[in-house]
Design a protein around this ligand. Structure first.
Ligand SMILES: [Ca+2]
Ligand SMILES: [Ca+2]
Length: 290
């Protein structure tokens, strides 16, 4: 598992707030956050909403994962950075808040430092308590990556595509401003400018109120071709059929869903969810498999 994202399926950008989009331990149960992606969303309405978590998986290549923790006192906005070791490059990353309590929000989660680290920003507005958050970076020592970005200020959502012939591996969002209550309702893979309709070549972000933000995509570039994908994927590539989307119906104020990198093992998926969300009931199903 090398990347992922989470959208909240809501009628309005203010209906749901992302509090976690981060790698986590999944079906292999080794304690390492290397085979599943976790999304948590706080539902601000009294109605049932749906969330969907994406995992981007690779069967080849060697990837390392790094985490940086930071405290989040009341009425503060804090940032933290997880760095890739040596000359390795960051493919993706995420932010996990220690709680989904009202007043906590993820403000930013994006590649930074010319592809050498992942930055996360979170805020705590009037909770009366101190919390913490973790920032994750997933890194690779080999491969070539393009970091694309697009700025937005006049819309609730925006996206940026990977260059034709490259492969989306991760992405994020950087918001600007000091508001402690501004939040994100999605940060996820999407369909870009390629010829298919698969959500595999762009990154999309959405914010709960108008203001400046930047959408960032990390794209693995193919060697030897700048205009077309090769007929066979090179080592380290994500083969077709490995991306899974999962929907978790949610009815209470907070839900989490994790998407493991074993799309054929539904029982393993169910077991993973029970362990991660032990206090919550889920009726989950794979809604799309490519
Ligand atoms: Ca694991
Ligand atoms: Ca596509």
């Amino acid at each position: 598992m090398i990347g992922g994202g989470v959208p909240a399926i809501a009628a309005s950008p203010t209906d749901a707030i992302v509090t976690t989009t981060a790698p986590t331990d999944g079906p292999n149960g080794d304690g390492a956050p290397n085979d599943s992606w976790l999304g948590r969303v706080r539902n601000t309405t009294g109605d049932e909403k749906f969330i969907k978590t994406f995992a981007i998986c690779s069967t080849r290549g060697t990837y390392t994962r790094h985490v940086q923790s930071a405290s989040l006192p009341d009425n503060t906005q804090r940032s933290a950075q997880a760095r890739c070791p040596g000359d390795s490059k960051v493919l993706s990353g995420g932010v996990e808040l220690s709680s989904a309590a009202a007043g906590l929000s993820m403000k930013s989660s994006y590649p930074s430092g010319r592809g050498t680290k992942w930055t996360g920003v979170a805020s705590n507005s009037g909770t009366g308590s101190s919390f913490s958050f973790d920032v994750y970076a997933i890194c690779a020592a080999r491969g070539h990556y393009a970091y694309r970005s697009a700025s937005s200020s006049g819309a609730f959502g925006s996206g940026v595509s990977c260059p034709i012939g490259s492969q989306l591996v991760g992405g994020g969002i950087q918001t600007f401003g000091s508001s402690l209550t501004r939040a994100i309702y999605e940060s996820r893979p999407g369909d870009g400018t390629d010829s298919d309709t698969a959500e595999d070549d762009a990154w999309f972000d959405g914010v709960d109120r108008l203001g400046a933000f930047k959408v960032l995509a990390v794209c693995k570039t193919w060697l030897g071709s700048a205009t077309a994908k090769p007929r066979s994927a090179p080592p380290g590539a994500i083969p077709p059929g490995r991306k899974v989307e999962m929907a978790a119906p949610s009815a209470s104020s907070c839900r989490c869903a994790s998407t493991p990198c074993w799309p054929s093992a539904s029982r393993q998926i169910a077991r993973s969810r029970r362990s991660r969300c032990a206090s919550e009931r889920h009726r989950s199903s794979i809604v799309e498999r490519r």
